[in-house]
Design a protein around this ligand. Sequence first.
Ligand code: ADP
Length: 242
Amino acid sequence: AAHTCTLLSVRSATRRFGGLVAVNQLSFDLYPGEVVGLLGPNGSGKTTAMNLISGALPAHGGQILFNGQPIHALKSHQIARLGIARTFQLVRVLGPLSCQDNVIAGMAFKPRPLFGKAAAAHAQELLQRVGLERHAALPAGELTYIDQKRLELARALALEPRLLLLDEWLAGLNPTELQQGIALIRQLQGSGLTILMVEHVMDAVHALCSRCVVMHAGTRIAEGATAQVLRDPEVVRAYLGG
Ligand code: ADP
């Protein structure tokens, strides 16, 4: 049985694409307030695992519990409403809409929806939280790449999640932006959010993740404290393409 304070429990989750087992009996737990890295070489199943947790894809086996409640048979909007938000590897902001309206759109699945001025005020708070307060009226499509990533984060936060799934949110940033991005994630952790992050930027993994789960060819090959896991010979071999 899961420890009473387990926030997310992935238990033998499995997903196939035809004959390929993209996620093979994957198991791990997340505890409240943790920032955990989901690592592994390209094609190891990380994004598919995130899709199983967020309900974007149904699992073919296993269980996923959030706060002790089974979520593996729920639709993505139901899972969102329970408090799991995500960002995507390729940013998905609504280009023609203003930044403020993008954030308001993200509030659609909030447990207690806001309308009118209250929604606008809350959107402004969220934009401020990610450093976009000056761009509230700007169409999202006119933002720079990092600012679109910030906006995507604000949209995810608009859901008031308890668990945030970040899929390579720090990819493609220059060194200054990376430091800003790391600081922002730290700040979210400080506010009590639990975060599972797929990330290839190892400096960020070291800076942010207390624990990591490492996948290879769909299975979990290592799990534990970040520094130890990244020294694990099997992990090193997997990253070298062995
Ligand atoms: P990662 O995120 O670690 O790079 P993915 O989860 O994207 O890995 O992919 C794991 C495996 O599943 C890969 O072999 C990939 O080609 C395959 N895969 C992922 N999504 C699909 C899909 N929609 N249809 C077919 N195969 C897929």
